[in-house]
Each structure stands twice: as C-alpha cells, then as structure tokens.
Design a binder for this molecule. Structure first.
Ligand SMILES: Cc1ncc(COP(=O)(O)O)c(C=O)c1O
Length: 357
C-alpha cells in the first residue's frame, strides 16, 4: 500500500472485541461487561414495532431526550444522544479539538477508548497512575493540568477496577479546575453502584464545565443497539450536537431506549443479580486465595499472577470469555464481568480446574 497513513492512526491498537462468537452456542461471555439478560419482552416488542420504520431516517430523538431529561430534572436541550457513549466521547473531543501537548488527561488504567479516540483526533494524552487503592487519583490529575489541557476523562466507577471516587473528593477537584477545561465524567456503570458516597456528576453541570456520560449498553441491556447520552449545560449540548453524525442513533435504538428507561422491574432484576453474583465471586475468589478489587460495577478485577494471559486463553478454550488486562498495563490481572449465576459458577469451576492443573 502506498498511501500515507496518519501517524496517530498507525499508533492505535485495535479495540478488543469479544462479541463475534455467535449467540446461543454455549459461550459464557464475561469479557465486555454486558448485561447477562436480554431486555424485557415489553422492550423487545417495542423494538420490533419500530422495524417497519427503517425505510425512513430515524425520528424520535426529541422524545428520548425529553424522557431522559424528565428523569434527571433537566431540560431536553441539555441532553445529547450518541451511537453508544463511545460516540459522545468522540463528540467531546471534536468539540474541544486541539493539537496541544497535554490536551487530554486520563487515569491509567481507564477505559481504552479515551486514549484511542484522543489519538484519532490528534491529542496528546497525559496518563495519571491510580493511587495505591486502585482509585482514580483526582489530586494528581488536577496537578497535571496546564494551559494546554482541554479535556479530562474521569470514569466513575472506573473500568477496569470498579472503584469509585466519592462526592467530597469530586467537589474539591471541581473547584480546582480551570473554567475552559471540559471534565467528562463517564458513568457507564453508575446504575450498579451501591455506595451512598457516589457523586452523581449530572448535579454539577450548571456550576462546572462537566459533561456526564451514561449508556443504555450496561444496566439497560441494549449494548447491541448502540445508544448512550450526555447531560450538560444547554449551550455545550448545542455545540456537541453539531459534531454528531446527523442520524447516528437508529430508530430501533431510539424506541428501545425509551422503553428500557422506564422498565424499572427489569432494572431491579439486573441489579439484584449483580449483587448476588458479586457476593458469590468474592467468596469464591477468597476461597482460592485470589486477590480482588471490591467493585461498584458489574465486573471484578482480580490478580492471578504471571499466568493471567495463559489462563484467559485456557478459559477461552472452555468457551468462557474473560478479559486479560495486559492492554491495561495490568498483565497479572483478569477482569471478569458478573454474569448470571450459572455463568459465574461455570467460570469459577473452570478457573478452579485450571489452577489445580
Ligand atoms: C467506561 C466505559 N465507557 C463507555 C463504554 C462504551 O459504552 P457504549 O456501549 O455506550 O458505547 C464502555 C464499554 O465497555 C465503558 O466501559
């Protein structure tokens, strides 16, 4: 190939995708923090009803925004929709575009797409290590800001550790942020949080340059439809909106998300299952003397040692998908999503067998 490829693009690793191994074929998928349950029959039937409308470009964005706004006590003009929260991450970067050296600050590790998207848009990324409790180090992030900084990505709970930063630390942090730095708070897993100290960042959008990101991919079981949303001050929402592909959220996603948003019964079932699964995994890992990080999300990060990659491969051979954390600079760790109880048990049984062998 003779094309001159952008140097930033050359340095970008392929995003690890685990979804390609068929659907009901005996695989236990615990690699991507998805919902182990399908959406409820009511939500599925609403999605099916939307299918004939695929002839047209999707309508219904306003209705979904209005439903989300009502939930948060904001105006629909403060909601931005995206093709998954991934698209909102890109929209934030496009809106704040810069080639500045310290343009983006992220914690290390954190969700892989922040760095990937930042590189695509030409930002240099500053990575701030976690503190000794595997938590986002807000003080060091604040100290890393300079006059080049445009965007900070905070992830609460943090992927891959499941840890959170708390209200008090967050408010102190926000008070130290320059007015022209956008703080993106990605709360993809917020619905799973049990701690009462969790700061809902959407409460700060009128006083600080905060963009809250949420998704329908996790607790709402719609990862395959690709729909997420941002909550922010209305003028920022208007700018973000201009960088969005016009029809990036399809009609089934718009209809499905609206139905799922009000499906409290399903959400309760999902959260109960997560709680039980978490307790089970904690006690099973403890029994195996495996060190894990207590989580506020729907996954558990644990340290298995030097054999982590090999164990991930062996689990794959057993049709069990988990995520080896090599790409997150944690080569001795594995992240396992909390699945249905039968899936959690299959994972633990397979792990036990491998550790014995
Ligand atoms: C922290 C975090 N943010 C965003 C996403 C992407 O979510 P979406 O499916 O809404 O694009 C993920 C997906 O795993 C994630 O872990």
């Amino acid at each position: 190939m003779k094309l001159t490829i952008d140097e930033n693009v050359k340095g970008i690793p392929h995003y690890p995708k685990a979804a390609m191994y068929g659907l009901d074929d005996g695989w236990v998928r615990l690699a991507s923090n998805e919902n182990p349950f399908p959406p409820s029959p009511g939500v599925l039937s609403d999605i099916l009803e939307a299918i004939p409308y695929i002839t047209r470009y999707p309508g219904g964005e306003y209705e979904l925004k209005a439903a989300i706004a009502e939930k948060y006590g904001t105006k629909p003009e403060q909601i931005v929709l995206g093709n998954g929260s991934d698209e909102l991450i890109e929209m934030a970067l496009k809106t704040m575009k810069s080639k500045r050296k310290n343009g983006v600050i992220i914690s290390d590790p954190s969700f892989a797409f922040y760095a990937i998207a930042s590189k695509i848009y030409g930002y240099e990324v500053c990575r701030v290590p976690l503190d000794k409790h595997m938590q986002v180090d807000l003080n060091t992030i604040r100290d890393a800001i300079d006059d080049q900084t445009r965007v900070i990505f905070l992830n609460n709970p943090l992927n891959p550790t499941g840890t959170i930063f708390e209200e008090k630390a967050f408010t102190v942090f926000l008070k130290g942020i320059p007015a022209d730095v956008l703080v993106v708070v990605d709360e993809a897993y917020a619905e799973f949080v049990e701690s009462t100290g969790f700061p809902h960042s959407s409460r700060y959008i009128n006083d600080f340059p905060v963009l809250t990101l949420r998704t329908f991919s996790k607790a709402y079981a719609l990862a395959g439809l690709r729909v997420g949303y941002g909550i922010c001050e209305a003028s920022l929402a208007s700018f973000l909106e201009r960088t969005k592909q016009p029809f990036s959220v399809n009609i089934m996603a718009l209809i499905g998300a609206r139905a799922a948003l009000n499906d409290e019964k399903h959400l309760k079932k999902v959260l109960n299952n997560n709680k039980k699964g978490k307790t089970y995994l904690y006690s099973a890992l403890k029994e195996l003397s495996i060190e894990y990080v207590p989580t506020e999300a729907n996954y558990v990060l644990f340290r298995i040692g030097k054999g982590a990659e090999a164990i991930t491969k062996r689990l794959f051979e057993e049709k069990i998908l988990v995520r080896w954390m090599g790409a997150y600079n944690l080569p001795e760790h594995i992240r396992v999503s909390i699945g249905r109880m039968d899936e959690n048990m299959r994972f633990i049984e397979a792990l036990k067998k491998l550790l014995r062998s």
